[in-house]
Design a protein around this ligand. Structure first.
Ligand code: ATP
Ligand code: MG
Length: 400
């Protein structure tokens, strides 16, 4: 039996009331982009389900792509036929015959959305069940955990048959929750934080601080490669590279060692926040997790976030490193993150950074720097690359 369609279930989406229409439109748009390599596929996004008409494309290639689209709770390969009992009977028979193996058990699970259909669900189960027993007398009916559970849904536009349901990525369609700036280092955590933000429907732009020649072109490339991995979930991501050398040298020359990390972080956050404003992004996302390192104690977070004017989203805040690594492996960023190229923070890291930096002191030490001049210089020299899943086009542009 040839599957003609893929039925997509939205789950969480369908409870979104007034926003539903916008969510469905965005999901349809994301599906269209994801399924670009399959031009014959037709996407019908309806109120409670989306349907992909396969039109001769290879469903084995489509399925792995669908598994990465957020906003899909699950999906099934289905056969759709008209509401005609004879055709329905033949369809049920041929699907079961095809899947039957000696000693296999089955059941029919009928559902009816069209309440005017001539058979109710019990009658449908009976009707199709006995049709199957007629053509395969050796098969057994089993209600609990049968080998084949043939699901039959009588909907307004036809009758759908399917035997399996594939888990989707969950979450919300990318683009429905607004734009956030992801502070992306080359480490393990920030790409995972970006992934989780994308999963909740956020569109992200990556901000990376580089300090050449202390940090190498390879470290920069690593951050870009990590961004590219994230584009599998979000078609294309802007990558902002911020020159941070001058700032780090200034900090090292003027700030007392225990506060070096705190002030470095404040400068990074301040610049990210200014960029966020220019980009009309709503929030900043980072990869911090409570207590992981000195700059991520609650005291540090408070002292550092003093400079931000927008909320900071920390998707990993309560996660253990092992849990983060597990996710990093799943999204295939881990093997890139562990490549040994130094990040700007590790190079200038003091031997014993303050774990409880004092806010007033941090402000005082920071005042030793020309904060405005340094910030302006960094922002004037930002370069941006558009990173997409398939290509990596780069341009040096006058920022915004
Ligand atoms: P990661 O694995 O994401 O580097 P980490 O555990 O190494 O995190 P830190 O180095 O303390 O932690 O960084 C905390 C967060 O600050 C990072 O998750 C990231 O969001 C941001 N960050 C650190 N370094 C940079 C950088 N060079 N460019 C942009 N953001 C950075
Ligand atoms: Mg790091």
């Amino acid at each position: 039996m040839k599957y003609t369609e893929i039925m997509i279930r939205y789950g969480e989406l369908s409870t979104k009331g007034k926003n539903r229409k916008c969510f469905i439109q965005q999901l349809a748009k994301n599906l269209r982009r994801t399924l670009m390599p399959f031009p014959a596929v037709k996407i019908l996004a309806k109120r409670d389900r989306a349907h992909l008409l396969i039109n001769g494309e290879d469903s084995d290639l489509i399925i792995p792509k669908l598994k990465k689209v957020f906003g899909i709770v699950n999906f099934s390969l289905v056969v759709r036929v008209e509401k005609n009992l004879k055709i329905m009977k033949q369809t049920a028979q041929s699907i079961i015959k095809e899947q039957y193996k000696p000693n296999a058990t089955f059941k029919i699970t009928a559902k009816r959305q069209d309440h005017d259909f001539k058979l109710d669900t019990n009658e449908l189960n009976q009707f199709l069940g006995s049709a199957i027993l007629k053509c395969l007398p050796e098969i057994k009916v089993q209600m609990k955990k049968p080998d084949i559970n043939l699901k039959v849904e009588v909907r307004m536009d036809g009758v759908y048959f399917f035997t399996s349901t594939i888990k989707g990525a969950g979450g919300l369609p990318v683009g429905t929750s607004g734009l956030g700036m992801l502070m992306l280092s080359g480490g393990i955590d920030s790409p995972v934080a970006g992934f989780l933000a994308i999963k909740r429907g956020m569109k992200i732009e990556a901000v990376h601080f580089a300090s050449p020649p202390y940090t190498s072109p390879k470290a920069l490339q690593k951050a870009k490669d990590l961004t590219q991995k994230l584009t599998f979930f979000d078609g294309s991501i802007k990558f902002f590279e911020i020159p941070f050398t001058r700032i780090q040298e200034e900090i090292k020359a003027k700030v007392p060692l225990p506060y070096l990390m705190t002030i470095t972080r404040r400068m990074m956050l301040r610049i990210t926040d200014l960029l966020r404003k220019k980009r009309n992004a709503l929030v900043i996302i980072n990869g911090e997790s409570i207590g992981q390192v000195a700059s991520q104690t609650l005291h540090s977070m408070i002292t550092i976030e003093d400079v931000a004017t927008a909320p900071i989203i920390r998707p990993l805040v309560t996660m253990d490193k092992a849990e983060i690594i597990e996710l990093a492996e799943k999204i295939e960023t881990f093997q890139i993150s562990v490549l040994p190229f130094e990040d700007c923070c590790s190079i200038f890291a003091p031997p014993s950074p303050k774990t409880k930096p004092n806010l007033e002191k941090a402000r005082e030490y920071e005042a030793l720097l020309d904060v405005e001049g340094l910030t302006k210089h960094a922002l004037e020299n930002v370069s941006v690359a558009e990173i997409s899943a398939t290509e990596n086009t780069e341009q040096f542009v006058d920022l915004l």
